[in-house]
Each structure stands twice: as structure tokens, then as C-alpha cells.
Design a binder for this molecule. Structure first.
Ligand SMILES: [Mg+2]
Length: 422
């Protein structure tokens, strides 16, 4: 896996290649002296089909796409089931936004795919954006429903070809994925949070953990006065030097405050600082990235290829974090991953809950440019047994399912008595 350093980017052979690709002149000037030509990133993103579907010689006409709600031993879960006219099936599990977004799914997204050839999935994911002016909903309100549809179709295609989705995406490179748990707390005392982080590390067996700083979209206000400034050194002191520590401000700070907090993290040897500024303040986030040595992570809220391209081209971010649901699925995220590869930037996906961990491990299993850790949310003990072989979480690493599609072999049984959500 990529061991990321900023110096590697500046000195590496890739930088020389970029210079050559741009006809000898890396774009420079007032914006950033390290900018990469966007043509170079586009060429990588567009570097041939994402999917390998050799062996599917005949059309795979989509007959139906159905949203279901099932009661399982692990609680209430939604499923998407896709069926072809030849009787093939595939399944996906949406994230929690489905309870708000099911009308978009049922009225604007799923119907577009019905009657189409599933082998054209890459084009369909692009065209549904324009269909019925869906682009006006641009953000996770549109792209989550597209992702749920895409996952189910990928699962069906994988089952038909008897290959895991990672193989359809170019070939599995990693059989285990190192992860870190993320604390969801804000507003508790630093002492209480450090105890919780200790528990998270013990409960998961991981040696890396993330916690929240700032007040969330709060214009520099903390969730408790002085909490972040106390928590950053306290977590290092109590958890020891061997634990890798990450923080996430969820868009809390302006540039000056972001830099100030980042410096405190640098003093205490933190691994990365996520979303220091409001998520769509691209230039401000870039300024924080440029000022600090600690890597800046960003991207969970982003739904625009063009914004990712700007941030990668202008070195506005050090670690790129698309969310497979929020960004509209594997195919779109793979194009971002290709741009990251072109810029020697590592990926560390954001997870939005549900069975996100199972989709994350399939996606990153075939990605060459990974950060040292991916995010882990959910509870493998509740749903890991739905996969064949069951997903194993050992020594801070998740195993990648090897069964066809997403490997969720229990899906047909789980939805047997499910209620259709029309
Ligand atoms: Mg975050």
C-alpha cells in the first residue's frame, strides 16, 4: 500500500511524468506551484472502461429494481433487489439516508435503469444524471439512490460471472484491509472521550482511531469550551505513542483556526486532520493543506468530479475520502481513484454506516493507491455472517469476501418476508 509522503509527490518520477505530459511546463503561478494539469487527470480518469465484463456476450436486460424493507436478526434493513429478464438477481444494502430518499430512488432513479442493458452500467450511471433534470438534485440526495442501484447491478453481474466485484473492477490486489474505528462523539468531556477511544481500540483490536474536534459546521466554536485543545494532547498522553491518532472537525474552522489546531496535532504526532474547513471551501482547505505538515483528509461530502479534480490538481488535499454512497457508486469513485493515482495521492474512503464496510472492502480490494487505513463503522458481529465466507475482523484488518458479487450470500433468505417500499 502507498506509504504517503508529500515529499514523495514532489520528488517522485510521477512529477517528472506530469511535466512531460504538459509539454515541459507544470502549471504554476498564483494558484499553486504544485498544480497538475487537469488534462493529465482527465486522461487518467478516462483511461478505458472501469468494468471488465468479458464473458457477458448477450444483453442483460434489467426487468425490475425493487426496494425492500426486511426485519433481520440484526434489526431492520433496507435492500435493493435487481432482476434481469433471464432471472439473474443482485442485491445491495443502502445507507441510512434511504428512509428520506426512497421517493428519489423509486421515482427518478430506478425506473431509468429498467429495460436497459446492465452491461452498459458505466454509461447509465452518467446518463441518469441528466435524465429528468436529475442533475438539479446534485448531491447525496441524487447520488445515494444511484449508488444503491449500481451496487445491486454490480452484484448481479458478479453473480453471473461468478466473480467478486473487485475482480469486475480490474482485479483484487488486497485480501485484507487495515481499518480504524471512528468515534461519533462531540460535546462530551475530554476525559470521557479518551475513555471511549480506549474502549474502541480494545473492542476492535485496531491500533488507529479517529475522534471529533470542533463543533461541526460551527464557525470556530467548539462543542464544549476548550474541549479540542485539551483532548488533542490528552489522547496522545493517555493512549500512548504507538497508537495512530486521527481527528475530524466536520467543517468547523476557518483557515486561521484550522492551522492553529493542525499545529497542535503536529506537536503530538497525529496521522491526519480531516475536513478542517467547511467542506465546500475548496480554496481555504487548500490553504490549510499548504500551511501544515500534517496530512489533510477531505472528500466525504463531495459529489462533483470537477471539485475533486480541482482539489487533486491544486494539491488542496493530501488524503482523498470519497463516500461510495454519497458520490454515486463504484464507477464514479474509481474515476476519482484514478486521478489520485495520477497525482500519487492515497485513498481512504469515508463510510456512511449501514453495510458500508462491506462495500468499502470490495472497492479498495482492487485499488493500488490506498492510505494505510480505511474507516470502519457498523458492527461486523451483527452482519458479517451474511457473507460467504463470513467477513473476519482480526488484528485491525477486515477480510475481503471471495464469493461472487458482494459475497452477501444470505441476501435471498434475508428478504424472503420483506415488505416492498413503493
Ligand atoms: Mg468526516
Amino acid at each position: 500500500m502507498t506509504q504517503f509522503t508529500r515529499r514523495a509527490f514532489m520528488q517522485g518520477s510521477l512529477a517528472a511524468g506530469v511535466t512531460a505530459a504538459a509539454g515541459g511546463s507544470v502549471v504554476s503561478g498564483a494558484e499553486s506551484s504544485t498544480a497538475i494539469p487537469t488534462e493529465h487527470l482527465d486522461a487518467w480518469a478516462d483511461g478505458g472502461p472501469v468494468l471488465r465484463l468479458e464473458g457477458l456476450d448477450d444483453p442483460v436486460e434489467i426487468e425490475s429494481i425493487t426496494l425492500l424493507r426486511a426485519e433481520t436478526d440484526a434489526g431492520t434493513y433496507y435492500f435493493v433487489r435487481v432482476r434481469s429478464t433471464d432471472g439473474a438477481e443482485g442485491y445491495s444494502v443502502p445507507n441510512f439516508w434511504v428512509s428520506d430518499l426512497h421517493p428519489v430512488f423509486n421515482q427518478r432513479v430506478a425506473p431509468y435503469f429498467v429495460g436497459k442493458d446492465a452491461r452498459d452500467l458505466e454509461e447509465l450511471v452518467d446518463e441518469v444524471y441528466r435524465h429528468r433534470s436529475n442533475y438539479k438534485l446534485q448531491s447525496l440526495g441524487l447520488w445515494c439512490p444511484v449508488a444503491w442501484t449500481e451496487f445491486a447491478i454490480l452484484d448481479m453481474l458478479g453473480r453471473m460471472l461468478e466473480k467478486p466485484v473487485g475482480e469486475l473492477m480490474g482485479g483484487v490486489l488486497h485480501s485484507e484491509i487495515p481499518v480504524y474505528p471512528a468515534s461519533g462523539n462531540r460535546g462530551n468531556t475530554p476525559e470521557a472521550e479518551v475513555e471511549h477511544l480506549q474502549w474502541l481500540l480494545e473492542d476492535t483490536g485496531c491500533n488507529a482511531v479517529k475522534f471529533r474536534v470542533g463543533g461541526r459546521m460551527s464557525n470556530n466554536e467548539d462543542s464544549l469550551p476548550g474541549r479540542s485543545e485539551t483532548l488533542i494532547p490528552l489522547a496522545r498522553q493517555r493512549l500512548g505513542d504507538d497508537v495512530v491518532l486521527f481527528t475530524d472537525s466536520n467543517s468547523s474552522y476557518d483557515v486561521a483556526h484550522g492551522i492553529r489546531l493542525g499545529r497542535l496535532m503536529e506537536e503530538h504526532g497525529y496521522g491526519f486532520f480531516e475536513e478542517p474547513c467547511p467542506f465546500d471551501w475548496l480554496e481555504e482547505t487548500r490553504q490549510v493543506t499548504e500551511a501544515l505538515d500534517i496530512p489533510i483528509a477531505w472528500g466525504e461530502q463531495e459529489s462533483s468530479y470537477w471539485a475533486f479534480r480541482w482539489m487533486i490538481a491544486h494539491r488542496g488535499v493530501d488524503i482523498v475520502q470519497p463516500d461510495l454512497h454519497y458520490y454515486g457508486g463504484f464507477i464514479r469513485s474509481a474515476r476519482v481513484a484514478r486521478m489520485c493515482q495520477a497525482a500519487d495521492l492515497p485513498l481512504s474512503l469515508h463510510l456512511s454506516g449501514g453495510l458500508g464496510y462491506s462495500q468499502m472492502i470490495q472497492f479498495v480490494s482492487c485499488m493500488p493507491n490506498l492510505y494505510d487505513y480505511q474507516e470502519y463503522k457498523g458492527d461486523i458481529r451483527e452482519t458479517g455472517g451474511w457473507f460467504d465466507p463470513p467477513i473476519v475482523f482480526r488484528d485491525g484488518k477486515l477480510s475481503v469476501p471471495t464469493a461472487p458479487g458482494f459475497g452477501m450470500t444470505a441476501a435471498p433468505d434475508l428478504i424472503q418476508d420483506a415488505e416492498e417500499i413503493a
